[in-house]
Design a protein. Sequence first.
Lengths: 277, 478
Amino acid sequence: MILPELLPILVIALYFLGTVLFVVGSALRHEVLKNAALALAALGFALHSLDLLHLLVGAEAAQNLIAGRFLFCLLGWGILFIFLMLWWRLKLKFLAVVAMPLALMLYLAANATVGINTKLPPMLSGLFFFLHIGTLFASMALLAMAFGAGLAFMHLEKRIKTKAGLKQFQKDMPSLDTFDRVNHFVSLCGFPLYTLGLASGYVWAWLSARRVFSLDPKEIMALIVLGLYAYLFHQRLVMGWRGRKPAVMAICVFLLTVLSMLGINFLVPTTFHGFKP
Amino acid sequence: MDTMIFLVGLNHRCAGVDVREKFALTSVADFEKSLLAACPLREVMALSTCNRVEILVVADSDRCAGIDLAEAVLRHWAEICAGPLDVLREHTYRHAGLDAVTHLFCVAASLDSMVMGEPQILGQLKTSYRKAVETGTARVIINRLLHKSFSVAKRVRTETAIASSAVSISYAAVELAKKIFGELAGKTAMLVGAGEMAELAATHLLASGIEKLYITNRTYSRAQELAKTMHGEAVFFEGMVEKLRDVDIVISSTGSPTAIIRAKDIREVLKKRRNRAMFFIDIAVPRDIDPDVNALDNVYLYDIDDLKEVVEENMSARQGEAVKARAIVDVETQAFATWLKSLALQPTITDLLGRAEDVASRELAKTLKRLGDVDDETRLALEVLVTSVSRKLLHEPICFLKRRTREEGTAERFIDMTRRIFNLDADTVNEDAHLDRRTVDDEAIDDETQDCECCRSDGPEPLAPKNKEDQPEQEDQK
């Protein structure tokens, strides 16, 4: 089959072109270019979905599920999916600056990890797979968006607070309120997803090994992230945090999740959460 | 019979307001006609606003050899306004030829305005032009010149960022508010104290979609009064801080010698409104709002100096854009000069014949291709046929143009018409280009870009437009 072989190259090309075009379009304040970039990204996203689907329904589906390539692929897809949702709901084109390069990087990483398989366990199938991996990836994708929105918020807020004056680039950015709404959305949806992901992981660990906590570095990291995420969720929804503080918090949480995902997978010898060959 | 374009005028830079009001033409009826009667001119258009007067005239150089035209116009102008000629002479500028064209383009593109980039001048120019068209004092050259100046203004507006940032305090405040809150619809503002600038800012906010405006003043009756004119709601001064929990934007300009809004009050207010962002605009001197307020999260405070700085920065950004705009003006001036030169008889005849030859050779090539192999004799015959048809067809129009030029000294109107009918300048005309004068100016030909029958068909076709009586289908079958 030619399609599966060409597909990754096509997706990478589309994401790459889209990213470049979007950055150029933003620099030149050219709406047509930006829209073209988004169209390219959307096309890439469609092909990306096709690629994922192909991995899922193929004859080697069971094997594919635990391949590193599939996991990275899924994460990149999730980020773009969340971006497209935000674009649709909040009309937030701006976050493409974060979403498109991230999706590109993850997709590239996915294709670089061909051959690497996680030693993921026989019982992690079907329901648990999506409860655990799906929810965690979705919340990470949400966090990625909050990360981008948070950085943009802090940058713009600093310009306004210090009265440094707005350059053309900042004039084209969405308002502070829009970025804050992204943060709100992420706190609201991301935390329950993350909790669900962790909880299902523990339930599964208990079912399979009769052991809830295995002192895996990733699990420790995940608990720390959960704590911070819970704090953000609480402050935001109960204490009415807004603006800079939750933005900083979301940035920290995202960086920690990235650290736990990449750092621990590739650097620390781990029990069973790694993608090592 | 060379054409001369002249422009005399005065603006806010070279004339004080007393001079400008003395020589304003806003209340003078039919200035153009009287000027046309007083001086040997061909076309006249006058623009008069509170900041400038521009008089654009077109004349034949041989008809007014030895006359100082600008002086004659000034004399008439002084006479009409019953003002001293030497004062007028001292405060006006004169531009001739392409300088006048450049100047007019700059005026239209608002590069010469008091606040550079503000678009009002274009509307005023359009009104003046319409008036000149109605009185019949604007003809070929002014028509073309003004239409070009409108398109220059449009290009400058779309291709440079000259009008993209706020250059007044109140607009700058609104722009900042939009950067903080996004859409202003559904937001609430409060006006503390009264003052011209504060009211102006509140008006701009209302125009941008603010939902509710509270007004408070130390004297409650004054607040009520303002509330009536601005469709707001008056609030007691004592209840102001309490009310702030519902207010997103505060504009303050009281005469109070000390701060009336303190950081510790606002901290409480913020708690009550669950940290929703607030934007304070302090226009008063001495300041009404404690500067520490700006240190609170989600609160943004701009005082008059901060806003002035924003405005100045935007202003200097406009200056930078003006360089780009000037380049556009220069290019368009050159294009206009080219057109002006082509308005003579000889270049038009050359262009006409060139166009005919071009069409003939293209159609000949098509026909030969379709016929396949033909002997040289047939080819020669066909060549002679198409060239002679196209030449003969143009013979009468060319004779007409020559005759008119001989009889009247100038046939610019017909030459211009010819150029437009045959689209010799390859202009593109917007569909709405003449909307504003469709009822007025019957000279205009709006269909320059429309497809016509003779361009559409691919079949063997006549070189000149067909008569309506011809039956195209039958021709095709032959």
